[in-house]
Design a binder for this molecule. Structure first.
Ligand code: NAD
Ligand code: 2YG
Ligand code: MG
Length: 259
């Protein structure tokens, strides 16, 4: 379980703005446009209540404040409760929250109290990063490489298969790879027989997971994985279009999915 650190979340507004302009350049849509296309929803005047949670490893500095900045960046009204945990939940609902955002070490959820819909961060993150990758305007084919087939990568791979892409998958854990092959029809990628891709989606907690031979000039790398999947050197060498941001894109995907 890889947890965010306060450092990952420094300057979240600047990180979001940069990600938004990359998404726009790569797909022709901004992040809100991607969400609308993906879920067919758009925000009305939903009020979002953010509840800090102390269980397990406890409060992550900047986490609730970043969620507040993110929800407002995307046009929602939001507030962070003064109280924590159950008392914070009580405060959020009493103060008119219609959507609750809260996370412990295992689950980061959005719950719309009006319509009952609930979202989990991991699949919502995988799906939106995969959707962004799938919309690359300069893609040279329907081939996509998915690196990492865990809680975020698997639902992203499933989304790409459902959209009609030819999905190559790699995970060093044979069980995770086989699950994707047998249940999704993913083509196992053999790093010893590399092939170039113009679309790559990565979701691992490791650095340097993209082998150089798979990179094509100006390819898109859409990755929620922390730390970043590619070195600055390789990014520059291949002029990679990198979509990577620590919290906001996954969070807005959750919010639109519960509208
Ligand atoms: P997970 O542990 O469920 O899955 C990670 C997978 O990556 C595992 O199956 C593992 O075998 C595989 N892997 C490890 N090293 C690899 C390598 N070198 N090449 C290919 N695959 C490799 O983790 P997860 O919940 O899917 O999260 C993945 C990453 O996404 C984490 O870093 C997490 O913090 C991050 N995350 C980011 C956001 C965001 O908004 N940016 C949201 C959720 C999760
Ligand atoms: O309320 C708090 O401050 C903490 N209880 C939040 C804990 C969040 C733990 N989860 C993670 O760090 C992430 N793996 C999930 C967040 C998605 C963005 N990477
Ligand atoms: Mg994100």
């Amino acid at each position: 379980m890889a947890l965010l650190t306060p450092n990952d979340l420094i300057n979240i507004n600047k990180q979001l703005q940069e990600a938004d302009s990359t998404v726009q350049r790569v797909t022709g849509l901004d992040i809100k446009g991607i969400c609308k296309a993906l879920y067919g929803t758009f925000p009305g005047s939903e009020k979002v209540g953010i509840v800090p949670v102390t269980s397990g490893n406890g409060i992550i500095g900047n986490f609730s404040a970043s969620l507040n900045a993110i929800t407002q960046y995307f046009g929602f009204e939001s507030f962070v409760t003064d109280m924590l945990d159950v008392s914070g939940y009580y405060e959020a609902v009493r103060n008119g929250a219609e959507i609750i955002l809260m996370a412990d070490d295992y689950t980061f959820l959005a719950h719309n109290l009006k319509n009952g819909k609930m979202a989990n961060n991991q699949p919502c993150t995988g799906i939106i990063y995969a959707e962004i990758a799938s919309r690359y305007l300069k893609a040279d084919s329907k081939n996509v490489l998915v690196v990492g087939l865990g809680k975020v990568g698997f639902p992203g791979a499933a989304h790409l298969v459902q959209k009609g892409f030819r999905v190559y998958g790699y995970d060093p854990d044979e069980n995770f790879l086989q699950r994707a092959v047998s249940s999704l029809g993913v083509i196992p990628f053999n790093p010893e027989k590399p092939k170039k891709f113009s679309i790559i989606f990565e979701a691992t907690p490791c650095a340097n997971t993209i082998p150089e031979p798979v990179l094509s000039e100006n390819c898109v790398l859409s990755t929620p994985g922390i730390p970043c999947a590619i070195s600055e050197e390789l990014r520059t060498k291949y002029d990679v279009q990198l979509v990577a941001e620590p919290l906001g894109i996954g969070t807005v995907s959750m919010l639109y999915s519960v509208l």
